[in-house]
Structure formats: structure tokens, C-alpha cells
Ligand binder design. Structure first.
Ligand SMILES: Nc1nc2c(c(=O)[nH]1)N[C@H]1C(S)=C(S)[C@@H](COP(=O)(O)O)O[C@H]1N2
Ligand SMILES: [Mo]
Length: 201
């Protein structure tokens, strides 16, 4: 088997787009901590449950597509030192989903829950940014299962562990809570520009 080169040093002219100690991923690596769920819904039987400090609601695929659709070109940064530039995602911006929900005034954070054992929280301020979306397509094609299809979160301003794949639930909360990796020592915020990898960083 030939050895393939998977990562490269940041091209000098693009170095400003690389957070500290990140290298360029030449392919699109797949990272999944817990074993991926064995049985994932198809788009037809997919649902997304909104609960906690918001009026409880279950979105179907048709409900999702009825919301404003956006295509965003984003740089993504994995805590394992790879970045990928100009990735193209299509879906619903988190701020557009918020506009369709009735939140309790106490809500400050959102826990994204995946099928299987995985979750990660972000603040509502994060969710109000323009560059976060719930993505169903990548580079114009339906999002592959290994990258989180039918629907994943994409939060490019945080290390990519926050971008929960295989979304099935959104829990609105009145505080931050550790998700899968935060409970195992990762930083509660995870800003790649500040190298917030471990909570002690
Ligand atoms: N459900 C779920 N989402 C997840 C993960 C996971 O293990 N399970 N891994 C996270 C990590 S650490 C990264 S880097 C990205 C990887 O996404 P990719 O496999 O599409 O590259 O997904 C994130 N979302
Ligand atoms: Mo990651």
C-alpha cells in the first residue's frame, strides 16, 4: 500500500487563515469518537426535537426545508491540528432556526444532541452569529453519512468537535453544560484562535 500525504504546511499566502498549530488537510478526514449510530434515519423519517427552555417542537425534513436556506463557504478547524479552507455547506442558519422558535427568556445555551452518544453545547450568542448553520449538503451534494448526514451542525468559529453530526435534538438551557468532549477535559468554549483545546489551556 502506498503512503499518502494527508496534510501540508499552510501555504504562506493563506497563513492568516490558520489558527495556531493547524495544518492543511488535503482530503476531508472523518472523526467520530463514539461508534457512529448503526441505524440513521433517512431524510423521510428524520426528525429534530426542540426541547428544554423553548416551546417543544419536532421538525420534519419538510419543516426544515421550509425555513430560509443558505449556502456558506467556511474554514473549519479540528482540534487534532487539521484545518480545511473554503468548505461549502448548505442548510439553515442557526439564527434563522432561532427566529422560528419560541424561547424562554432564561435560555442562554443550546446543547446539540446526536443520534448515539455525542453532544456539544454552544451559547445563544454563538447561535446568533451569521456563520453557523445546520447543514444538509456539502459542496452541493447531500451530506454523506460519515460526515453527519442527514443533518449536522457547522460552527466554524469553534474547534470542529462542537459541530455535532447526526443531529436529533436541540436542548435549550439556562447555563453551559459539558457535552461529550467537554466532560472528558476539552475546553468548554474551544476557540481555535486562542488554542482553547483543554480546559486548562
Ligand atoms: N455525533 C458526532 N458528531 C461529531 C463527532 C462525533 O464523534 N460524533 N466528532 C466531532 C469532531 S472531533 C470533529 S473534528 C468533527 C469531524 O467531522 P467530519 O467527520 O465530518 O470531518 O465532527 C464532530 N462532530
Ligand atoms: Mo475533532
Amino acid at each position: 500500500m502506498s503512503r499518502r500525504k494527508h496534510f501540508a504546511d499552510p501555504p504562506p499566502e493563506l497563513s492568516g487563515r490558520f489558527p495556531p498549530r493547524q495544518r492543511l488537510a488535503l482530503g476531508f478526514p472523518t472523526l467520530t469518537a463514539a461508534p457512529p449510530p448503526e441505524l440513521l434515519p433517512t431524510r423521510e423519517d428524520w426528525t429534530l426535537r426542540v426541547f428544554g427552555l423553548a416551546a417543544e417542537r419536532t421538525f420534519t425534513w419538510a419543516d426544515l426545508l421550509a425555513l430560509p436556506q443558505s449556502t456558506l463557504t467556511l474554514d473549519i478547524h479540528c482540534v487534532t491540528h487539521w484545518s480545511k479552507l473554503d468548505t461549502v455547506w448548505t442548510g439553515v442558519r442557526t439564527r434563522d432556526l432561532l427566529a422560528a422558535l419560541e424561547l424562554s427568556p432564561q435560555a442562554t445555551h443550546v446543547m446539540a444532541h446526536a443520534h448515539g452518544d455525542y453532544s456539544a453545547a454552544l451559547s445563544l450568542d454563538d447561535w446568533r452569529r451569521e456563520d453557523l448553520l445546520l447543514a444538509h449538503s456539502y459542496a452541493g451534494e447531500a451530506l454523506e453519512e460519515k460526515h453527519g448526514g442527514p443533518l449536522r451542525l457547522v460552527a466554524p468559529h469553534r474547534y470542529f468537535w462542537k459541530s455535532v453530526k447526526w443531529l436529533e435534538g436541540l436542548e435549550f438551557m439556562d447555563r453551559d453544560r459539558p457535552g461529550y468532549w467537554e466532560a472528558r477535559g476539552y475546553h468548554h468554549r474551544g476557540d481555535p484562535w486562542k488554542s482553547e483545546r483543554w480546559e486548562r489551556d
